[in-house]
Ligand binder design. Structure first.
Ligand SMILES: *Cc1c(COP(=O)(O)O)cnc(C)c1O
Length: 473
């Protein structure tokens, strides 16, 4: 594909995406075709000779798009949002076009330096403690996901807790990780990958009302492990749990970690984006105790997957834990100690130029544009919650500090599951569920930049219509 062919095909592809975004609302959010439908529509073998891009686009419309869940749809309320945006896509396109590898500063200096500055900008924008800035002992890096951030934090914590033995000789003791029973599944995965086994995670009891980690239970778990001769290595606290957006008490957890010398990682994958708004920063009180922190701009900050923003208070510890230096990567800049080599801050060696999409997003929207996006989601969630509260057939199942509302019909689990299935079958909205207090609970999470009052109101209309029908049975 020469540059002119690329230009022609590229214009067609950009048009295709713009049309897709403009027509999202008319599409069903999800379809329920049986497994294998898309695979069966594809040829069994790759083409022997090249085909034009037009032919691929035609099959994209015919085969692929009908098999999609439209995450950018204004009626998509499932899981947490994974919103993208025009500026993010354009920045990513340039990253793909440049195709540079940013594993070392020396392999593309601008790739590293733009990332360092973007992470400092984001730290400023979300008012993080000063120790996370690159001007001090800390700094930020873009990971592919919050899962990777937790893994990397766990490895650095093990390095610290073992006095370096974990890195050089492997696991020599039983090291322990602590998180609330509502901590994300990626924590157990990280602990397993790190070699501690699932038993290495101590699930700590949460408050039954707030769903936040109980500090007394954390202290008791740590004391019990110490008494057994085990080594507490890391506590993962959450701002905005996946199930209900509960907020763990960071000041108390942080004080416990400081007392016992345990690494504190704070996972704010979804809710961290809210801190661009000064009025929502209360949720990160106590963050000054954290050794590491992350949130996902790819969830609620208009930056397409993948973009997890991860900070450490002491970058030397992280680099010490992860660095391996083969001869073929040796270079004068690295040896001078004057540059950052992000390969030492992550699991893979190679890395994409992801700072570009962040740069495009931050410049296009500005702090005020990003705040408007977050505020819109919070206000729409409050509007929906008011409707739930005003209808005595329904109840709220948890607080809604951000843009997630957990609610249910005052009815049994099967009725609530049927309610969810019915509204999703309309194709107009897509909600998912969780269990709160062991009861089936519906989740409505707002985050698409296209979602407006009418979409949230439509969700409520569909829910009440389905409820009328179910309760009349
Ligand atoms: C979504 C989520 C994660 C996982 O995010 P990825 O970036 O997909 O790995 C981790 N923790 C919490 C609290 C989440 O909500």
């Amino acid at each position: 594909m020469d540059p002119d062919e690329f230009r022609r095909a590229g214009h067609a592809v950009i048009d295709w995406i713009a049309d897709y975004w403009a027509t999202l609302e008319q599409r069903p959010v999800t379809r329920a075709d049986p497994p294998g439908t898309v695979a069966a529509a594809l040829p069994a073998a790759p083409p022997g000779h090249g085909e034009p891009v037009d032919a691929v686009l035609a099959d994209l419309d015919r085969i692929v798009v009908p098999g999609l869940t439209h995450w950018q749809h204004p009626g998509f309320f499932g899981y947490f949002p994974a919103n993208t945006s025009g500026p993010s896509l354009l920045g990513d396109l340039i990253s793909s076009g440049l195709g540079v590898q940013g594993m070392l500063w020396a392999t593309s200096p601008a790739c590293t330096e733009l990332e360092t500055v973007m992470m400092d900008w984001l730290a400023q924008l979300t008012d993080l403690p000063g120790k996370f800035r690159s001007s001090g002992s800390g700094g930020g890096v873009i990971q592919d996901s919050a899962s990777s951030a937790t893994l990397v934090a766990t490895l650095a914590a093990l390095h610290r807790a073992s006095g370096g033995r974990w890195r050089d000789a492997g696991i020599d003791r039983r090291y322990r990780a602590y998180t609330s029973v509502h901590g994300h599944s990626s924590i157990e995965k990280a602990v397993r990958i790190a070699g501690l086994g699932s038993d290495g995670v101590r699930p700590v009891e949460a408050d039954r009302e707030t769903h936040a980690l109980r500090q007394a239970a954390l202290r008791a778990a740590i004391e019990a492990d110490l008494a057994a001769g085990d080594v507490p290595a890391i506590v993962v606290a959450t701002i905005g749990t996946t199930s209900t957006t509960a907020i763990d008490p960071l000041p108390e957890i942080g004080a416990i970690c400081a007392e016992y010398g345990i690494w504190l990682h704070v996972d704010a994958a979804y809710a961290g984006a809210a801190a661009v708004c000064p009025e929502l920063r209360w949720a990160q009180a106590g963050l000054e105790y954290a050794d590491s922190y992350c949130f996902d701009p790819h969830k609620w900050l208009l930056t397409g997957f993948d973009c997890d923003a991860f900070w450490v208070a002491d970058r030397a510890e992280l680099v010490e834990a992860l660095t391996v230096l083969p001869e073929f990567l040796r270079n004068a800049a690295s040896e001078s100690g004057a540059v950052i080599d992000y390969r030492d801050w992550q699991v893979p060696l190679g890395r994409r130029f992801r700072a570009l999409k962040l740069w495009f997003v931050l410049r296009w929207y500005g702090a005020e544009g990003l705040r408007a996006h977050i505020r819109s989601g919070v206000a729409l969630a409050a509007r929906f919650a008011d409707q739930v509260r005003a209808d005595e057939r329904f109840e709220l199942a948890a607080a809604h500090p951000f843009s997630l509302v957990c609610f249910r019909l005052r009815a049994d689990d099967d009725t609530n599951a049927e309610l969810l299935a019915r509204v999703n079958r309309t194709g107009r909205v897509h909600l998912t569920h969780t269990r709160v207090g062991d009861r089936y609970t519906l989740r409505l999470a707002i985050g698409s930049p296209q979602t407006a009052e009418r979409h949230v109101d439509e969700a409520w209309t569909l829910l009440t219509a389905a409820a009328d029908d179910l309760l009349a049975r």
